[in-house]
Design a protein around this ligand. Structure first.
Ligand code: NAG
Ligand code: NAG
Ligand code: NAG
Ligand code: NAG
Ligand code: NAG
Length: 800
């Protein structure tokens, strides 16, 4: 045990007051129930070794902005939160977080004295010199974020001693030497980013065995030799090796990485052929092989890449014909086959690719006529440099010819094994209690639990700062129980998606509260790399037990539809805390859009109709494909992405809650104003209660009124219905819509909305029907010509 730097209280004080402290802790625990814990200074003074380590660390750095002025000589308060960027637990520094602080100088080898350090975050500074090899002494180190600095020299092989390492991001420095093969000792490694350096030598074979690795980024270095061919099934999602000097052929074992979403090997000297095994990568979204010397044929089975959006084979030696199966990859948006030696005709199947926005087959040996639709969609630069190709330009006459291709070799691969998530030793919670320095600090702690910032728990600040400015400052010391990222049994599970973060990243993200609901609190969290996610922290008391919870959340994590907010990950803390991680929607909710805008920002009718149709589409997917009743559809849980496309959120959460909680909470589901009238008796949400809520949202879009307000004692549906009785009184519609010349569309949508809010559930249409009608309203001309008759359909729907 390290000696505290300045022992101040006699030890008898401790023993005598321990029982009181214990009691007090329980009190604090119950006060803060529903939260991970109160993140606060645990009251333990910094150890001598850590104090000296920090001093040396400070003197190594240049600090032109005086960021480290708070690190002054007494040292007493180094762990109290007074020292910028320092977090402690039990007198040990566990995190140094000083990104974007304009720091220069170098990182002292004395950083190795900080034996409890878990996170070193100094990215986006101007730090020079070498990475200290003493990092290898830090057995608890999980996150090293030194990207965007001016570090040089080699990566110390001692880093392989850090067996807990999860994130190593040294990208965008001037590192030289080779990638140490010892790095593959860190079997928990999740993200390795060494891109944009000047590393040379071989890619260590050991990396192929790291089944925990999700992100492997070695782009823009000077790596040579061949890509190791011993990849084991893993959770690897992104692999970037482009802009190096790699040679040899593409290893066929890459086909085992069935979760791979991006594979970039561009601009190397790879040769050989395209391994058929790669066609098994059904999650792959992006495949870049351009700028190599890869040859032979493009495999016929290429359509096994059924989620592919970008396929770039530009500048290789591919020959043979373009496989017609490419036309089956309906998600393809970017297809570049230019500068190869391809022959034959352009397969007509490519015309089917509705999402294609970039197409290039220039500079090959293609012949025959360009399929008509392709020649219309793309100009001659997509086709030039093929001497015998015709029909893409008026100046090129077209003799007719034909060719066909056949034979597709069957491809089989071993199926992936699912890697286990990191777990580790339990912490003795009593340690927390035994080492408290004095009751004064406890009062300090109780008074100053301020929600914000790190750990989604409560963090303390010396009660003066609960402002946004306070949130920007790195938080003060952490208690052990909040250090849940891995070694206290916390568990982070990712679903499909582009997010790269570890449990530590998530728990130490800067968080702002966005809102609270019956299920919990929603936060906007900014991760270490600057990306933003929405985090929902469920109320623990009402959530299901871990096993059931995990089964249900796995189902929710698979739901992917463009109008439903995607669940990207969940975190289970050691004390049962549950966090759900979603995409962050920068434009906020529909409610905010409609009711929270300034007077001169009108929302035109086409935008409103597009939003309405999107909501119906999302709800339709929820009801028919996912088999989920929303139960609480309101304009505040319809969010808008950067393109103002609606995304329904908060669905399926009732599945994560205990039955008892559901009978109370969910029975009352549906915010007032959106609740179908029968819910007050039946207490059971169903497809038709969702349709009712959808109808209210439609009325909200049409009238611009909030359902929370009543007019003359009538709720929104009643008020609209009464107004409508008096000859479609145009005063119903939002004033600004009157200007849009879309009277029929407005009236049709209004009829549909009223149909949805029919007091009788049986009379309401299915969401399918609502969607069909909204889609029909959309093209103004078509709707008029088709003569939609909602009254006839009303009769039809009553049967269902
Ligand atoms: C140490 O720094 C803190 C924070 O900047 C300041 O309040 C305090 O007065 C300083 N103490 C000494 C002895 O310089
Ligand atoms: C890797 O580093 C580069 C350069 O700093 C950065 O642009 C990229 O987003 C990083 N990728 C991941 C997944 O960490
Ligand atoms: C990268 O390292 C090589 C030696 O391995 C050296 O010749 C080259 O100049 C370096 N490039 C940069 C940009 O530092
Ligand atoms: C392209 O293919 C033709 C025959 O199909 C062959 O003669 C020629 O050498 C090839 N060129 C390259 C650069 O591979
Ligand atoms: C062809 O279209 C692309 C973009 O679609 C444009 O950048 C390019 O200049 C066009 N080329 C010609 C020759 O019109």
């Amino acid at each position: 045990m390290d000696e505290p730097h300045h022992p101040t209280w006699p030890s008898q004080f401790f023993t005598r007051t321990r029982n009181y402290l214990l009691l007090f802790f329980y009190l604090v625990y119950f006060v803060s129930i529903g939260h991970v814990s109160c993140q606060a200074w645990d009251g333990v003074l910094i150890t001598q070794a850590d104090y000296q380590g920090l001093q040396a660390f400070k003197y190594g750095l240049d600090d032109p902005r005086g960021v480290l002025r708070s690190w002054n000589d007494t040292g007493l308060d180094a762990c109290s939160g007074a020292w910028a960027g320092i977090k402690c637990a039990r007198g040990k520094v566990i995190a140094i977080q000083l990104p974007w602080r304009g720091l220069g100088g170098h990182i002292s080898e004395k950083v190795g004295e900080l034996s409890g350090l878990r996170k070193l975050s100094l990215h986006d500074n101007a730090i020079r010199g070498q990475i200290p090899s003493a990092l290898g002494f830090l057995r608890d180190l999980r996150g090293v974020y030194l990207f965007n600095n001016r570090l040089s020299g080699a990566i110390p092989p001692s880093i392989g001693n850090c067996l807990m390492l999860q994130t190593l991001d040294l990208s965008n420095n001037s590192l030289t030497g080779s990638v140490p093969s010892s790095i593959s000792n860190s079997t928990r490694l999740y993200r390795l980013n060494l891109s944009y350096n000047n590393l040379s030598g071989l890619i260590p074979t050991g990396l192929t065995r790291l089944t925990s690795l999700a992100f492997l980024l070695l782009r823009s270095n000077n790596l040579s030799g061949s890509i190791p061919d011993s990849w084991e099934a893993s959770r690897l999602q992104i692999l970037h090796f482009d802009d190096n000097s790699l040679s040899g052929s593409i290893p066929s074992s890459l086909g085992r990485l069935t979760r791979l979403q991006e594979l970039s090997l561009s601009n190397n000297q790879l040769n050989g052929s395209f391994p058929a095994s790669l066609c098994n990568l059904s999650s792959l979204v992006q495949l870049n092989l351009d700028g190599n010397q890869i040859g032979n044929k493009i495999p016929e089975a290429i359509d096994g890449l059924r989620n592919l959006s970008i396929l770039s084979l530009h500048g290789n030696h591919f020959d043979g014909e373009i496989p017609p199966a490419i036309g089956n990859i309906s998600s393809l948006s970017h297809l570049d086959l230019s500068e190869n030696n391809l022959t034959g005709e352009i397969p007509a199947s490519i015309e089917k690719l509705a999402n294609l926005t970039y197409f290039n087959v220039s500079d090959n040996n293609l012949f025959g006529s360009v399929p008509l639709l392709l020649s219309k969609r793309f100009n001659s630069s997509s086709f030039s440099g093929n001497i015998q190709l015709c029909g893409f330009d008026l100046s090129v006459p077209c003799p007719s010819s034909s060719s066909s291709s056949s034979s597709s070799p069957p491809v089989t691969l071993p199926s992936p094994s699912s890697p286990s998530s990191p777990r580790a030793r339990k912490l003795n919670t009593r340690e927390l209690i035994l080492t408290v320095a004095g009751i004064a600090f406890l009062f300090f702690l109780l008074l100053s639990c301020v929600l914000l910032s790190c750990l989604f728990g409560r963090r303390s600040s010396s009660s003066e700062k609960s402002t946004a400015a306070g949130a920007k400052k790195p938080g003060p010391a952490t208690g052990t129980e909040t250090e849940a990222s891995g070694d206290t049994g916390g568990k982070l599970v990712h679903f499909d998606g582009p997010l790269a973060f570890t449990a530590d990243d998530l728990l130490c993200a800067t968080a702002e509260i966005m809102g609270k609901s019956t299920y919990g609190t929603a936060y906007k969290a900014t991760l270490e790399d600057g990306s933003q996610v929405a985090v929902k922290r469920l109320r623990e008391k009402i959530a299901k037990g871990q096993k059931e919870f995990e089964a249900e959340v796995a189902v929710l994590g698979k739901i992917r539809q463009r109008n439903l907010l995607a669940l990207r990950a969940y975190y289970l803390g050691p004390k049962g805390e549950k966090l759900l991680v979603f995409d962050y929607m920068p434009k906020g909710s529909l409610a905010a859009l409609l009711h929270g805008r300034s007077p001169n920002t009108p929302i035109d009718w086409p935008t409103r109709l597009t939003i309405a149709t999107g909501i119906a589409r999302g709800l339709h997917h929820l009801h028919t494909t996912a088999n989920i009743i929303h139960g609480n559809l309101t304009s505040s849980n319809i969010l808008l992405d950067s393109g103002s496309h609606p995304k329904i959120s908060d669905f399926g959460l009732s599945r994560l809650m205990s039955a008892a909680a559901n009978s109370n909470v969910v029975a009352a589901a549906g915010a007032l104003g959106y609740r179908a009238p029968e819910l007050s008796k039946l207490k059971k949400a169903g497809p038709k209660t969702d349709v009712y809520s959808l109808g209210v949202v439609l009325l909200e879009l049409l009238t611009g009124k909030s359902p929370a307000e009543t007019t003359n004692g009538l709720d929104l549906p009643q008020w609209v219905a009464s107004a409508v009785k008096e000859e479609w009184s145009s005063e119903v519609f939002d004033d600004e819509l009157a200007k849009d010349a879309a009277g029929d569309e407005l009236v049709d949508t209004l009829k549909l909305a009223l149909h949805c809010v029919d007091p009788s559930p049986a009379a309401r249409p299915e969401v399918q029907e609502v969607l069909r009608q909204l889609e029909r309203i959309k093209p103004a001309a078509a709707a008029a010509a088709g003569g939609s008759e909602p009254s006839a359909e009303e009769g039809k729907a009553e049967e269902g």
